[in-house]
Write a protein that binds this ligand. Structure first.
Ligand SMILES: Cc1cc2nc3c(=O)[nH]c(=O)nc-3n(C[C@H](O)[C@H](O)[C@H](O)COP(=O)(O)OP(=O)(O)OC[C@H]3O[C@@H](n4cnc5c(N)ncnc54)[C@H](O)[C@@H]3O)c2cc1C
Length: 227
């Protein structure tokens, strides 16, 4: 295992797993921790690396007062043991064999599975148009910022909305993702995009409602709630 800082409050855990049989972009794993006294806690984490990656990467954002995430972000050390189950989930995945354009909408750590989707899109040189609308508190909180820049450089339309203040000269969006933001900064209904929305429950539900109000068919929208 190796770890990298991904954002102000997030860490990427890159795991080499013997016998890993591969995953699809969008799937997650369950991580179980066991304390010396036998107490166990389990949480789900999206796989943030492409199926082509030699490592299975998770990007964990510290939730203040959380039980598991502060440990994974601040305390986990190389050599510590993690119990992993997965890959899990066949619904919230991107299948590159369909030509429809792809719209991704992420709130906070909800961008994690989309890092896998975008890396996969790049690895297979997919010509499917992709657009990402990503909300974060500040620029320092944007998870995978460098990777997102790289994807923007190769033609992915990346829009970042900062909810709690932007640095001087910021040309992206400011404020929460409102219905008007969704309308202006996502693929239009006429393009019949497939849409993946991921993040905290309230964010995901508000975005999905906005997309349906704009005329996107509910069947085209898949959501993943992070709780
Ligand atoms: C399918 C799936 C995939 C997930 N993938 C990721 C991922 O890739 N990266 C990641 O960081 N997290 C991800 N999560 C969330 C993760 O499972 C944990 O919920 C999160 O790490 C918090 O756990 P905790 O033990 O620190 O907090 P807890 O002790 O469980 O919760 C503490 C408090 O924080 C609230 N809370 C829990 N999660 C969040 C959140 N995301 N945002 C705001 N408040 C929250 C709880 O309601 C509670 O009030 C995913 C969840 C699901 C269901």
């Amino acid at each position: 295992m190796s770890t990298t800082v991904e954002a102000a409050s997030a860490r990427r855990l890159s795991l080499r797993i013997d016998g890993w049989e591969g995953h699809l972009a969008g799937q997650h794993v369950d991580v179980r921790l066991t304390a010396p006294d036998g107490y166990q806690a389990q949480r789900s984490y999206s796989i943030a690396s492409a199926p082509e990656s030699p490592t299975v990467d998770l990007v964990v954002q510290r939730v203040a007062d959380g039980e598991v995430s502060p440990y994974l972000v601040d305390e986990l050390r190389v050599g510590d043991e993690l119990e992993l189950r997965g890959p899990i989930g066949g619904y919230f995945v991107w299948h590159p064999d369909v030509d429809s354009p792809l719209q991704l909408v992420a709130g906070g750590s909800g961008v994690a599975p989309f890092l896998a989707v975008l890396d996969h899109h790049a690895a297979i040189r997919s010509s499917v148009p992709v657009r990402l609308l990503c909300s974060a508190r500040t620029l320092d909180d944007v998870i995978g910022a460098e990777r997102l820049e790289g994807h923007a450089d190769r033609g992915v339309a990346v829009t970042i909305a900062l909810t709690r203040g932007a640095p001087p000269g910021w040309t992206g969006l400011r404020g929460r993702v409102e219905p008007a933001t969704i309308r202006q900064h996502t693929l239009p209904v006429e393009q019949q995009p497939r849409i993946l929305v991921c993040g905290p429950t309230t964010f995901v539900e508000a975005v999905a409602d906005g997309l349906v109000d704009d005329g996107h068919p509910p069947a085209a929208i898949k959501i993943e709630r992070f709780g």
